[in-house]
Ligand binder design. Structure first.
Ligand code: SAH
Ligand code: SF4
Ligand code: F3S
Length: 468
């Protein structure tokens, strides 16, 4: 994880290492924790061994994700003890959704942890670090404070690079049967328009050409506008599309229930809105969707997919699936397979249902056996993999703009992202970094594409024509 140097450009006095698991929101939050600690003299460490402070920013979504934290804590204990023997200190913090869910249980299991803090209290981190440094015992803060962390955290670093993330919404009120997010991130909260636009402007000034708006339920965003009215996500997208220099917009993650007609229309009207949407469906069976408390049917999902493609014919969809939710039968799984066949996905993430303590589904009878879950997951992933390969192959021969982010893996190569989020590499000059250029897709690989440059961006062409 990248952490930042002190804002005044001085050499950091202390070193910070952040390890991040989970969703993009956690990646964003890790950046914000680095921002809030920079004024205290914390700059980036390459490894946890050399760090004065280590933060584990954790994810609680599935059992495997949270167990990783405890195995990491075991290793960090040894590092911390080795440092102590050498007369050095290491402050160890557990942040994120496991911290929120487990609270004091973390220091019970791992008493060498100094700080446990939930996702809503990152602005209190400096104070907790100061208290931990005074060896005042483990600091635990998993409040859902009334003050908003966004109002109290420093402005994020502007120079995130050509592709930047901006959190506009946090939390969730939907309470799907299987999901911990409403408990770990709390109630839905939308940031106001002015704060979002100001942050977007700073990102663009710092070189961002693409902004992805983030939220656990990003399309449920409804923010206060400067005139006191409430805007929906589509209105916000029209506003952001006006920003000079911002070429691409995305938003993630959306819920099918909140895909309103205006938002679908916006996909046909805002050229900056990329033709790719991540829209988790979880299951194709209405019976399972009802048990999951998703509040939508398979049919609603079909209609949304059709309308999106009508609005924007080159629209590609990605999704999330869970197999083996309690009560899922063979015919429900068949309905999921049928939905995938019918919709066609460019990309998808699929998971075996993992019972999470405290969620309604965990206590339900008719849990599906591990063997059955394995078989269904394999079945689904084979089909999804096929669709991803087909989608990538269908891109060959297309002309499109690629936003270049930096050098590729091989010398002379530059890498970037297609409008459909695929990694793309070309043979081209280093000056491409941070800009878009027109390419023709030449070949498809399982997880990426290669392309040839069609036009050089004007500035580059000029530079090459100008005699030295
Ligand atoms: N807010 C998003 C999802 C957030 S969690 C939405 O509403 O869809 C990301 C994905 O993890 C979910 O889409 C789901 O597919 C998966 N997931 C969540 N809880 C899970 C569980 N208990 N077991 C397995 N997968 C789970
Ligand atoms: Fe979890 Fe459902 Fe909320 Fe998504 S909508 S975060 S799956 S409770
Ligand atoms: Fe994980 Fe929390 Fe994100 S549980 S997926 S880090 S909201």
């Amino acid at each position: 994880m990248d952490t930042q140097a002190p804002a005044d450009g001085s050499t950091p006095r202390r070193k910070l290492f952040i390890r991040t698991w989970g969703c993009q929101m956690n990646v964003y939050d890790s950046g914000r924790m680095a921002d809030v600690l920079a004024p205290l003299g914390y700059g980036p460490a390459e490894t946890p061994e050399e760090a004065d402070m280590v933060i584990l920013n954790t994810c609680h979504i599935r059992e495997k994700a949270s167990e990783k934290v405890f195995s990491d804590l075991g290793r960090l204990r040894q590092m911390k003890e080795a440092k102590a023997e050498a007369g050095q200190k290491m402050v160890l913090a557990v942040a994120g959704c496991v911290a929120q869910a487990e609270g004091r249980e973390i220091t019970n299991r791992a008493p060498w942890v100094d700080i446990v803090l939930g996702p809503q209290t990152y602005h209190r981190l400096p104070e907790m670090v100061a208290r931990a440094a005074r060896a005042a015992g483990a600091q635990i803060d998993t409040d859902f404070p009334v003050e908003q962390k966004f109002d109290l955290l420093p402005q994020p670093r502007a120079d995130q690079g050509p592709i930047a993330f901006l959190t506009i919404q946090e939390g969730c009120d939907k309470f799907c049967s299987f999901c911990v997010v409403p408990y770990t991130r709390g109630a839905e909260f939308s940031r106001p328009v002015a704060a979002i636009v100001a942050e977007a402007k700073r990102l663009v000034a710092g070189g961002a050409r693409e902004i992805a708006l983030l939220g656990q339920n990003v399309n449920a965003w409804h923010g206060e506008a400067p005139d006191g009215s409430t805007w929906s996500l589509s209105r916000l997208l029209y506003e952001l599309a006006e920003l000079e220099g911002l070429e691409r917009l995305r938003y993630t993650t959306s819920h099918p229930r909140d895909m309103d007609a205006a938002l679908i229309r916006a996909h046909g009207r805002i050229p900056q809105l990329m033709p790719f949407l991540h829209l988790p469906v979880q299951s194709g069976s209405d019976r399972v969707l009802a048990a999951m408390n998703r509040g939508h049917t398979a049919d609603l999902f079909y209609r949304i997919a059709d309308q999106l493609r009508e609005a924007r014919p080159d629209m590609a969809l990605s999704s999330d699936f869970i197999v083996g939710h309690p009560g899922e039968k063979a015919e429900d799984h068949a309905a999921t397979m049928a939905l995938v066949e019918k919709v066609g996905f460019a990309l998808a993430y699929s998971f075996k249902y993992s019972a999470r303590p405290g969620t309604p589904a965990a206590g339900q009878p008719f849990q599906v056996s591990e063997a059955e879950k394995d078989a269904r997951l394999q079945d689904l992933q084979t089909l999804l993999r096929q669709q991803q390969d087909e989608f990538n192959r269908a891109c060959v021969g297309r002309e499109c703009d690629i936003l270049f982010t930096g050098p590729g893996r091989h010398p002379g190569q530059m890498a970037g992202r297609s409008p459909w989020l695929q990694p793309v590499h070309v043979t081209g000059p280093a000056e491409l970094a941070g800009r878009s250029a027109r390419v023709k897709i030449a070949a498809a690989f399982p997880n990426s594409l290669s392309a040839t440059l069609l036009d050089m961006p004007p500035l580059l062409a000029l530079k090459e024509l100008t005699p030295a």
